[in-house]
Design a protein around this ligand. Structure first.
Ligand code: CA
Length: 707
């Protein structure tokens, strides 16, 4: 293996990582009324990922409101010490909460008592021992239809589970053979079908979404998002159209365009909208000779839900080369524009612009900046295209500093729209990315063909932080903004009581006045929150539930994540329920935040040359995706290896990595690494452990460091 400098590898690795926030999702429901509020005979449920088909994440309940939210109390807390992390939205169905977690495990809990009713473990490690952690081992949620729950397992299986028993009803393989990808998103279920996509647009992937019969699992249709090899013929006329916007031999590299999060079913117009991801590889020259719009990358595409046939599209990022994806949630409503009501679709894009489309034909109505974004000067409403800033064309000069970074101004953490206030509540983020093109063709081929380096930078005020941002889509301006010290925060819920709920990376679960942004209530959950809350009734009483568990894309070793100090699998991973009559106290726990206990590395001398080789292997084999770039863990999906006893026990290290003895705990099996490569990685980890041992408490953030 050719030697690379450690910093270069870390940058490449960070670039890779960033990208693959993969997953997909869809909707489900018993009966979704046309205005989107799902009502059951006796209880107000939460039946689909975004509550209803419109994906507003708005609860019609108003028992908890701005005048009494300050007296919210804990009903119960369910500790789940076996779990690693949670980022998902629970479903609430007639007094039972259903939710997915790491390793695609599904649980059912009595919403009155917090009692665990059943657990379904699809044992993904038996299906795909090498790729179980490809999507950071997270899952964002379930779909529901006619007594069945649906999960898209990491390994590519779409699985139907009996709601009552937790037993598998059917399972369908959704991946083409020999493809490296993962599902992390929630399916959507409607009209007796279940729709799912996948993530992995940094692994040589061609994106698609597929629909399956909800009763049998039989595939109904598949829509590819980018064209394949013209020599093999195009699947349909929309692929033929898309191919005219691609150049070179893109099909050899996959093309990307994964649909890993946003899918919205429009019951009113009977249309299905999918949010399409970034290009694969990121390098526009490598992917398409630096020419063409590359449809349907970075687009919202409308499909016929019965056939998967193309209806219309809007492309936000033509010539995509920034990992800017149109995969954020898409909310449906009506808005009066120029004096007449329009049926619209709203998306707070990764690229920092808030897009409003006419969902009857996909025409762009507005696209203002809601966050710090220097990628485009503005979006031309005549052409619908961005007018790129000079910095955004980094491939002509580079390196070039751009806001936002590939994490985006908004990622998969869902936003919420309140028809009461007319405001959209966005989990906003601010961070700069310095982009440059990879150094040489060999390098391009070796590193998963992403070939773009990004250095993440905190340059101006508020960089490296996030916020809860209330956006007025009619006035096209910020209504209010509550700043968080943490960058990576949770999804949002708004209610008819004019309360907005959100958890954040510092571990606080909070309630805000939806109109003013005033903080009404908060509780210290004692662990970072990335999931979104839900609201529902049990015996007619309103409850709010939230999954606590720092996770998902939080483990690259970047300061914005690692400075939070959350430890892998420490106590505090749990499901919490709150109501106005809740009287319980959340017990104080030792969450081990900011603790760092380096393991002994023995007396043996570190071979610096071998360790350097190990650095390259560690990052290219994907170790850092979960364990952190530079072995700098961030407490999410995997342990901090600097604390591992394997530092002083190579036989154990080999048994874990090569023999897969911890597969069922979520550690992949790397049968593709040779003995010398294993030794090199081990040497590198020992080197990093020794370096870190010289400084105790390396997790301590700058602002807390008292040394
Ligand atoms: Ca990506």
């Amino acid at each position: 293996m050719k030697e690379e400098s450690p910093m270069k590898n870390i940058l490449v690795f960070l670039s890779l990582i960033l990208l693959f926030v993969g997953g997909c999702h869809h909707d489900s429901g018993l009966d979704h009324s046309s205005d989107g509020n799902i009502q059951n005979a006796s209880e107000v449920n939460w039946l689909s990922y975004g509550n209803d088909y419109t994906e507003r994440r708005f609860s019609p309940l108003d028992q908890i409101n701005t005048s009494n939210a300050s007296s919210l109390g804990l009903d119960w807390a369910l500790d789940m010490p076996d779990a690693i992390q949670f980022v998902s939205t629970p479903l609430a169905i007639d007094g039972v909460l259903y939710f997915s977690g790491d390793r695609s495990i599904v649980r059912a809990v009595d919403a009155s008592t917090g009692e665990l009713l059943w657990t379904f473990n699809p044992e993904i490690h038996k299906q795909s021992p090498r790729t179980i952690a490809l999507g950071w081992n997270i899952n964002r949620g379930l779909a529901y239809l006619n007594g069945k729950l649906f999960i898209g397992a990491t390994d590519g299986r779409l699985i139907a589970i009996d709601q009552e028993t937790g037993n598998q009803v059917w399972a369908t393989e959704t991946f083409d053979p020999e493809e490296s990808k993962a599902i992390t998103g929630a399916p959507r279920a409607f009209k007796n079908q279940v729709v799912i996509g996948h993530g992995g647009a940094e692994y040589g992937t061609r994106g698609y979404v597929s629909a399956y019969d909800a009763e049998t699992g039989e595939q109904l249709w598949r829509f590819y998002t980018v064209p394949g090899n013209p020599a093999e013929g195009f699947e349909n006329s929309s692929m033929e159209m898309a191919a005219e916007t691609w150049f070179g031999e893109w099909w050899k590299m996959g093309g990307g365009g994964t649909v890993w999060d946003a899918i919205t079913y429009d019951k009113e117009l009977d249309q299905l909208y999918i949010g399409v991801g970034n290009g694969d590889p990121w390098d526009y020259d490598l992917r398409s000779d630096g020419k063409g719009d590359n449809l349907f990358l970075g687009s919202i595409v409308a499909l016929d839900p019965d056939t998967g046939k193309y209806l219309w599209h809007y492309q936000a990022t033509p010539g995509e080369r920034w990992d800017f994806k149109s995969t954020q949630d898409m909310i449906l409503t009506e808005l009066e524009i120029d004096g007449r009501p329009r049926k619209i679709l709203m998306q707070a894009h990764t690229n920092g612009h808030f897009y409003v489309l006419d969902r009857e034909d996909g025409v762009l109505l507005s696209a203002e900046k809601y966050a710090k974004s220097t990628w485009a000067d503005y979006i031309d409403l005549e052409t619908g295209k961005p007018v790129l800033s000079e910095e955004a064309k980094y491939r002509d000069g580079g390196p070039s500093l751009i806001w936002p970074s590939p994490f985006g101004s908004h990622n998969w953490q869902s936003m919420s729209y309140s028809p009461n206030t007319g405001l959209v509540y966005i989990p906003e983020m601010q961070l700069a990315g310095e982009y440059s093109v990879g150094p040489d063709p060999e390098f391009r081929d070796k590193f998963l063909r992403v070939n773009i380096l990004v250095d993440y930078k905190e340059v101006v005020e508020n960089d490296g932080t996030g916020s809860l941002l209330a956006w007025d889509p009619a006035e096209k301006k910020v209504a209010w903004q509550a700043r968080h010290s943490s960058f990576w925060n949770g999804g949002v819920l708004s209610t008819a009581g004019d309360v907005v709920f959100q958890g954040n990376g510092e571990g606080y679960f909070q309630a805000y006045n939806a109109l003013s942004g005033e903080l009404l209530w908060e509780v210290d959950a004692q662990r970072g929150i990335n999931a979104a809350p839900v609201s529902y009734t049990v015996n007619g009483k309103q409850h709010i539930a939230i999954l606590v568990g720092w996770g998902g894309l939080s483990s690259f070793g970047l300061p914005v994540f690692s400075r939070m100090g959350w430890k892998y699998k420490a106590p505090g991973i749990r499901l919490l329920s709150f109501s106005l009559s809740g009287k319980e106290k959340l017990p104080q726990i030792d969450n081990r935040r900011f603790q760092f206990n380096p393991a002994p590395t023995g007396d043996q001398k570190i071979d610096e040359n071998i360790a350097t080789q190990g650095n390259a292997i560690y990052h290219t084999a994907g170790c850092g995706v979960c364990h952190g770039g530079g072995v700098n863990g961030a407490g999410s999906g995997a342990p901090d290896l600097r604390e591992s006893l394997s530092n002083n026990n190579y036989e154990y290290f080999r048994a874990v990595v090569s023999d897969g003895i911890l597969l069922s705990s979520g550690m992949p099996q790397f049968t593709d690494l040779t003995e010398n490569e294993l030794l090199a990685v081990h040497q590198y980890i020992r080197q990093q452990t020794r370096a870190a041992s010289e400084h105790t408490r390396v997790f301590m953030p700058d602002y807390l460091d008292t040394q």
